[in-house]
Design a protein around this ligand. Sequence first.
Ligand code: NAP
Length: 502
Amino acid sequence: MLTGKHLIAGEWLASAQTFQSSPAHGPARTFSAGTPSHVDAACEAAEAAFPDYSALSNADRSAFLNRIADEIEARGAEITEIGTQETGLPAARLEGERGRTVGQLRLFATHILSNGWLDRRHDPALPDRQPAPRPDIKLIQRPVGPVAVFGASNFPLAFSVAGGDTASALAAGCPVVVKGHSAHPGTGEIVAQAIDAAIKASGVPAGTFSLVQGGKREVGEALVQNPFIKAVGFTGSLAGGRALFNLCAARPEPIPFFGELGSVNPMFLLPAALAARGEAIAKGWAGSLTLGAGQFCTNPGIAVVIDGPDADAFVEAAKEAVGAVGPQTMLTDGIAEAFRAGRDRVAKGTGVRSVLTSTCDMRNATPYLFEVSGADWLADHSLAEEVFGPLGLIVRVRHASEMQAIARSLQGQLTCTLHLEPDDMDLARLLMPLLERKAGRILANGFPTGVEVVDAQVHGGPYPASTNFGATSVGTLSIRRWLRPVAYQNMPDALLPSAWSA
Ligand code: NAP
């Protein structure tokens, strides 16, 4: 049952100001709009909860994470019902995303039991060392304090209220204040109800989690500037993320902003692969490009090919495969408008030719394909920017060295992909050192949508893919964003954190 309220430290609070949800179908609902005073109350409660929550044993925090997963599963049907209404996503997608969300919570519940994440190091004292004795030094990772999380519009579950940022921060021992995304406030509230139930059942401090529903920009601004907040997790637009990143840097005490902002995820089709499998690659690309109306941060928006008859055949096959995909509902009216604006920007680029055009209006997206020469692409930086939606740009280069020039000129990416055969190895060896400097994940003979949540995953990359090239927002390494190493010199055992000897 929806309340339309904020969850602040165990209390469901209404506010005088409200906003209406804007579902793809079903009834619009009224929700309390967040204010800076809600943010302040939530952050104060998170700070008050920090000493007790961070001191819980790994086993207790693990049980708490598993309990959140159980509570989400118990509300599965309710989440799918409102989630499909609010986002327009099909039920199967939301059910799959729910599986990923509870899977992430359970992954972290297991991960923190092993202690490897604490990265404990010990240099014992050398009292007889000359010319001076060495002290005993022990290092262990400690939670940073309350963390702010911005729910993402495109993953209403897996990157939202109880998504990967929240799961990893709670696993690390950090209380979390979520700013809900106004695209799916009802879905967010039901997930917050699940966390609230888990907090009450587990005896965890009430301030460990709060959800402030969206509203005006001032809510997000107040959240990142609150002095109790020590780090921020964000997935969204380049403009919004950059604005919040700048606010974090301008604070009297600057804090890390882990933003995932945008990526075009280029694919490089090397000549032997293009000749041998061009049609199959085109079909696979069409599926990845249009999956979920192209609203994935790993959507492969650019395909680079060496011009010639094999490139012509690839373009034809891509046109046929992408053209077979019908209209899909986008997450919000604003995202649909931004998609059409991006389409118009690409279409007006110098030398850009339309391969597949369609019409789409309202909240619908139909796919588009364009092509351009490598020289024109290199001359127009705007063609390297993300279009959030099902739009592909084929870049026809003249030769292998122009393909390397494209790789060299890329901005930071979440992913880069090579399609290759054994005869392509020499060119692949030239591209690899370039791509390693550009992307968080490099794929061979695959498509980047569908991000595995595992220990070895990296979902990040140089700016603007992320604002912190050393971090990932997916996989167990993502817990490191919320930890800070502390060294203890000659410290009596009784004063060390209990995690040292766990
Ligand atoms: P967004 O506009 O960046 O908003 C994300 C969150 O940040 C929202 O909670 C928003 O609050 C807040 N926010 C944005 N700008 C802010 C500012 N200047 N000050 C304070 N808070 C701010 O992203 P979106 O709504 O999800 O989608 C819009 C566009 O983002 C899409 O068209 C797409 O281009 C891009 N996007 C990219 C990815 C990706 O993975 N790369 C994912 C999702 C979206 P309000 O809602 O209250 O404004």
